[in-house]
Design a protein around this ligand. Sequence first.
Ligand code: FE2
Ligand code: FE2
Length: 135
Amino acid sequence: MAFMDWNDNLSVNIKEIDEQHKKLLAMINELFDAMKTGKGKEVTGKTLTGLIEYVGTHFANEERLMEKHNYPGFIAHKGEHTKLTQQAKDIHHQFLQGKPVLNVELMNFLKSWLQNHILGTDKKYSPFLNGKGVS
Ligand code: FE2
Ligand code: FE2
């Protein structure tokens, strides 16, 4: 069973963004598997690095889209991305220092981190961007 499942409630009604969110979910699941099956630090580290990189790509994509259409909530949304990125970097830093951060708490943190951001922040741009013809 996957650690995190996609459900339509997470959809922001924009195909490109939904695909990116699905990929993020898949990467979190991959990290969970690497951890669960006791993969070495190297594999787990690479998976975590890949996840953080992709988060950066995704955030940049969303920001470009919001800015392009003059979304009124852009600045606040971008601020939240910056905060989340910092949290992810802190975790990565701890991991690189050999601290035992890859555990259930970390996974639950990533899960709620992504879920809460999609449900609480991303979904707010849907009506606006859909109204601009983005879907
Ligand atoms: Fe976002
Ligand atoms: Fe997002």
